[in-house]
Design a protein around this ligand. Structure first.
Ligand code: 5GP
Ligand code: ZN
Length: 116
């Protein structure tokens, strides 16, 4: 995906504070952290969102979930964290390349959602 922001980060065309890279995934600090720890974990493959992921993406999605605990623990949130995957317009997804937010730090992140 030529113009996708996160594909550009995968290709190294835009700098990012990377904390992990393997054959399937990269993880890096969010540019505008909402909590003391705020990482993004993304597949290297362009998958637009969970709304468009398919059974072919099962392995990569499993790998993405499986690495979150270690990344959180190693980067300042050893007692838990919140994983957020905003999806589509209703989920307020701003970057259309699937990404999981790991948010945490020394203090609890607070209630899950504000009631509408
Ligand atoms: P979304 O609302 O799509 O779930 O979250 C997109 C996230 O990407 C936001 O938290 C935003 O701060 C982050 N972000 C947007 N552009 C960049 C960038 O160029 N570099 C990094 N590291 N994060 C970005
Ligand atoms: Zn992309």
């Amino acid at each position: 995906m030529e113009d996708c922001l996160f594909c550009k980060i995968v290709r190294g065309e835009i700098p990012a504070r990377k904390v992990h890279e393997d054959d399937w995934l990269i993880a890096f600090h969010d540019i505008n952290p909402a909590r003391p720890l705020h990482l993004l974990v993304i597949p290297k493959k362009h998958i637009t969102s969970l709304a468009t992921a398919t059974a072919d993406d099962t392995e990569i999605l499993g790998r993405l979930l499986a690495i979150t605990g270690r990344l959180a623990a190693e980067h300042g949130s050893p007692d838990g964290f919140r994983l957020i995957i905003n999806t589509g317009r209703i989920g307020h997804q701003e970057v259309p390349h699937l990404h999981a937010h790991i948010v945490g730090g020394p203090e609890p992140v607070g209630p899950m959602l504000k009631r509408a």
